[in-house]
Structures are given as structure tokens and as C-alpha cells.
Design a protein around this ligand. Structure first.
Ligand SMILES: [Mg+2]
Length: 233
């Protein structure tokens, strides 16, 4: 690890306990709205569906699944699309009212990495205002050299932002450790950039099975404590 110069972190379910703290509230609000618009499912059943869906190894968006399964069959595709958009909007683009906490050991690891003179970056995807609010509430901004908010509407994703970081900071992939919780997102993107990838296997999607070699992380740890121990070895 002597050549390591930087670490890129994911936010949701990597540094922040999103599944535990925010997902139940966001599901409640988004599903209530969809039920109000005619989705044929009860609210408690929606919450169970979300839990099962996260374990189902599916790669489609939850709201696409939910609307396809529970919307009135007579609805035209355009109306179904609107319902999906509404569900996503209520879920991702929400005002955070809950107090936020980091996952165990995350803040300690950030401090440790700074002491090791590593450059830290945060790359997160989602609604900009919501993601920014999470960072501010957690008060972690000062740990990072730079924070990147991926905006899919501008064609940005984790991979394009990883590429940007390598270029801007004159780093090669092998000098960067990419830490995240999704094999189908930042782990895959990091592997494509020849980074060292580390899956912190937490959150609701912790059972997601890699579907190709490019989704297999270099290392898998249950928690930050284990990642730190690996650094200390
Ligand atoms: Mg995540």
C-alpha cells in the first residue's frame, strides 16, 4: 500500500447509515404518495416489499418494480412512468428531518486516513440538495480535498467523476482506494479505473452478488474497523 495516495468514499450506506436512519422514512413518504395516487398495496406491505427487494439481487430501481407490480393494469405506460418518477422524487429528493449518524468507525477512519497524509474525496449520487444537507449535517466536509455530487442529468456518474478526479489530481488508478457499499456502482466504476476497491458490506444491498468480474471488489470488509486493521498490518 506504499503507493496509495488517495481514497474515494461513497456516502450512503458507506459513511452514513442511510438504510437504518433515512430509508424507512423515505419509503413511508414515497409509498404513501403512490398509494394515494392509486397503487394497490398497503403501506406496511410496501415497506416489506422494499426490504425483500434489496435482498432480491435485482438491478432495476425499486419504484419501477413497485409500479409494475401494483399499479392498475389499465394504466397507460405514460401514467406508469409518471408514478415511477413521483416515487423516486419523493424518495430521493426529500428534506431531511432526522438526526444523522455515521456508521461505526467511519469518522475514526477518516481521521486516521488524514493522519496518513492521504487525499480524501467524497463522490455521491442523488438529489443535490439532499446529498449536500447530509454532508453538512454530518459535519464531514473538512475531511475531503473535494466533494463531487454526481448529476445524472448532466451525464455524470461515479465512473465519469472518478476519471475527473484522476485527471484533476494527476493520480493513476492504482494509487487510489475506492471505498463503497455497492458492487454494481462505485466498486464496478473503481475497478474500471484500475483502482483498488474495497466493499464495506453494510446497508440494505449488502447481499448483492457481483454479476461480472468487474463487480468483484479487491477487498471486502464488514466494517471500517476491519479496513483500519488491514491498513495497520
Ligand atoms: Mg452507497
Amino acid at each position: 500500500m506504499h503507493s496509495l495516495k488517495a481514497i474515494i468514499f461513497d456516502l450512503d450506506d458507506t459513511l452514513l447509515d442511510t438504510s437504518g436512519l433515512l430509508v424507512p422514512h423515505a419509503i413511508h413518504e414515497s409509498c404513501s404518495e403512490l398509494i394515494h395516487r392509486g397503487l394497490k398495496i398497503k403501506l406496511n406491505q410496501c415497506i416489506e416489499e422494499k426490504r425483500d427487494f434489496a435482498k432480491s439481487n435485482s438491478r432495476i430501481n425499486f419504484f419501477e418494480y413497485l409500479v409494475e407490480k401494483y399499479a392498475d393494469e389499465s394504466l397507460d405506460p405514460q401514467t406508469k412512468k409518471q408514478l415511477i418518477r413521483l416515487g423516486k422524487d419523493k424518495f430521493y429528493n426529500r428534506k431531511i428531518k432526522e438526526p444523522l449518524n455515521m456508521v461505526d468507525g467511519a469518522k475514526d477512519f477518516l481521521s486516521y486516513a488524514i493522519q496518513k497524509n492521504l487525499k480524501l474525496f467524497l463522490v455521491t449520487e442523488g438529489a443535490f440538495a439532499t446529498q449536500k444537507e447530509k454532508v453538512e449535517q454530518l459535519n464531514i466536509g473538512s475531511f475531503f480535498e473535494e466533494i463531487f455530487y454526481a448529476n445524472p442529468e448532466n451525464g455524470e456518474n461515479k465512473e465519469s467523476l472518478f476519471k475527473k478526479i484522476l485527471n484533476l489530481y494527476n493520480l493513476s488508478g492504482s494509487e487510489v482506494l475506492c471505498v463503497g457499499n455497492r458492487v454494481d456502482n462505485e466498486i464496478s466504476a473503481g475497478n474500471h479505473m484500475q483502482m483498488i476497491t474495497c466493499l464495506i458490506n453494510t446497508g440494505e444491498y449488502n447481499g448483492l452478488i457481483p454479476k461480472s468480474a468487474s463487480e468483484i471488489p479487491t477487498y471486502t470488509f464488514k466494517e471500517f474497523k476491519d479496513l483500519k486493521e488491514w491498513f495497520l498490518r
